[in-house]
Design a protein around this ligand. Structure first.
Ligand SMILES: Cc1cc2nc3c(=O)[nH]c(=O)nc-3n(C[C@H](O)[C@H](O)[C@H](O)COP(=O)(O)OP(=O)(O)OC[C@H]3O[C@@H](n4cnc5c(N)ncnc54)[C@H](O)[C@@H]3O)c2cc1C
Length: 465
């Protein structure tokens, strides 16, 4: 297993990462180094010196308890632990890939074992540039708008394209590349799934960072700890050896990994958003108490809305675990219906819950003096005097609550999170369409026919038993 120091050293591998026009070293660049340290901390937390020890992030859940423990571990760890969903997606989709050619299944098994041995972290590399969204890959003006195979030789394939919004891409070891959607006949070169080392020749990452520019963690109590870079990842004719190619040309299985990833990603999203819901409720209650508004009817109603939101999201997460399916290979897979319903509801209503919090908290969320202002002895007496709230609530306490709310919901990182919850794991539309595919609409129709007394009159094709 790797220690935190091993992880930091492993990033000095020649990877090409740009930030604001400059090539950067992710282990020293401000805004990246903190995320590296966060990840290194997780490595140290789970490090076990026993020679045959493996990182628990790779342990396959076989019971509901193990699945719950796994998700709780992800929620309480750095972001790259959650991105291990993509390795699980490969395993989940392996039977589908093996149905095309058993060699694909064998390569996935070998690759996974090798990743466990090396104790690596992954990036989920799916979302293509996509050009004109109304057109499929083969109809685009530029054929590289979706990543594709542009060459094959005895040693492997050559891929070209760009993938967008890749969470923590600059901090990962392995980039797991897969099609963003199901490909059609004629789009065989786009039906490619493979693993690319982050430092492979031709891989260029252009990173975006929402890490606070200020060093004062009191003003950014959340993002100073958790903000990490995302990247546009360019594959400029990258050679991938055959043992890292898990699908090539089989359009009928092109969506298998992305679909499996959607499931694992959304389960984790659901669990995270249940926690975030509780955090929003806690912040809303604290600031209402500090402001002296916690007994006002509309404020109480809004806090109740947030608590209902958090509870319903958690209920879907629990239902996804309770109805998990044990596969023939012994892997326990969460229920599709409840996972997608939970992630959809959580993402769809997140903005409303944030609006409630802002409504309750007031405008100081975005105008509070900074902690540097508070450190200025000329200003501090004014802040102490005028930022106080209900009796016993100090100006500093209230100001720091405002900073936490702004950082989580109304600043650079908060904005990133709002878009992230909506779009990551696929947008709302993707979750709705999976939900629709798993909801038992025939049972619902039979129920309705029965209640309406129309069962005997229904046309034969109306319901399937
Ligand atoms: C912070 C963040 C982190 C992310 N992390 C990752 C990651 O790690 N890896 C990764 O691969 N992706 C990641 N994503 C990408 C995410 O999955 C996409 O943002 C999402 O799938 C939407 O794609 P898009 O951003 O290209 O927008 P678009 O494709 O332009 O979609 C915008 C809207 O149009 C709708 N739309 C577009 N085309 C169609 C169509 N043909 N039919 C119906 N509706 C359509 C979409 O549903 C959406 O509502 C991340 C996104 C964010 C914001």
């Amino acid at each position: 297993m790797m220690t935190g120091a091993d992880y930091l050293a492993s990033l000095a591998d020649g990877r090409v990462v740009y930030f604001e026009g400059r090539r950067v070293d992710v282990t020293t660049e401000p805004g990246f180094v903190e995320a590296c340290q966060w990840i290194a901390g997780t490595y140290d937390r789970f490090f076990d010196p026993a020679p045959d020890a493996t990182n628990p992030v790779f342990h396959i859940p076989r019971t509901a308890i193990e699945l719950r423990e796994r998700v709780e571990m992800l929620v309480n760890s750095d972001i790259t632990m959650s991105l291990s969903a993509v390795a699980f997606a490969l395993l989940t989709a392996a039977p589908a890939m093996a149905s095309v050619d058993p060699v694909f299944g064998e390569r996935i098994a070998r690759y996974y074992a090798e990743c466990v041995r090396r104790d690596v972290r992954f990036a989920e590399v799916i979302t293509d540039a996509k050009g004109d969204r109304s057109l499929g890959p083969s109809k685009q003006a530029d054929p590289d708008s979706y990543l594709r195979v542009v060459g094959r030789d005895a040693d492997g394939i050559v891929i070209r394209g760009a993938k967008f919004h890749i969470t923590a891409g600059p901090l990962a070891h392995e980039l797991i590349v897969m099609p963003t959607k199901r490909m059609k006949a004629g789009e065989e070169d786009y039906a490619v799934c493979c693993a690319v080392p982050a430092n492979a020749r031709g891989v260029i990452q252009i990173a975006a960072s929402h890490h606070p520019r200020s060093d004062d963690t009191r003003s950014h109590p959340i993002s100073a700890r958790t903000a990490h870079p995302d990247a546009m990842v360019i594959f400029d004719d990258v050679h991938v050896p055959w043992d890292r190619v898990f699908l090539d040309g089989a359009v009928e299985q092109s969506a298998a990994v992305a679909h499996a990833l959607g499931l694992w990603e959304r389960l984790s999203g659901c669990a995270h958003l249940a926690e975030v819901g509780d955090l929003l409720a806690g912040l809303a209650q604290l600031i209402a108490e500090a402001n002296g508004t916690d007994r006002i009817a509309h404020v109480r109603d809004k806090i109740t809305d947030i608590t209902l939101y958090a509870t319903m999201v958690r209920a879907c997460f629990e239902a996804a675990l309770a109805n998990a399916v044990l596969r023939p290979d012994g892997m326990l897979v969460p229920d599709e219906l409840y996972t997608n319903a939970g992630k959809y509801a959580a993402a769809n209503d997140y903005a409303v819950m944030v609006r409630h919090l802002h409504d309750i908290a007031g405008g100081t969320v975005v105008t509070a003096p900074t902690m540097a202002d508070y450190d200025n002895t000329d200003l501090r007496p004014f802040i102490d005097k005028y930022l106080v709230g209900r009796s016993g609530v100090s100006g500093e306490y209230r100001m720091r609550l405002f900073h936490a709310i702004r950082d989580l919901t109304a600043d650079s990182w908060g904005g990133r999170e709002a878009v992230s919850w909506l779009q990551s794991g696929g947008g709302l539309y993707a979750q709705r369409s999976v939900l629709r595919g798993h909801y038992d609409i025939d049972r619902a129709k039979r129920l309705a026919l029965d209640v309406a007394g129309l069962t005997d009159l229904a046309p034969a094709a109306t319901v399937r038993s």
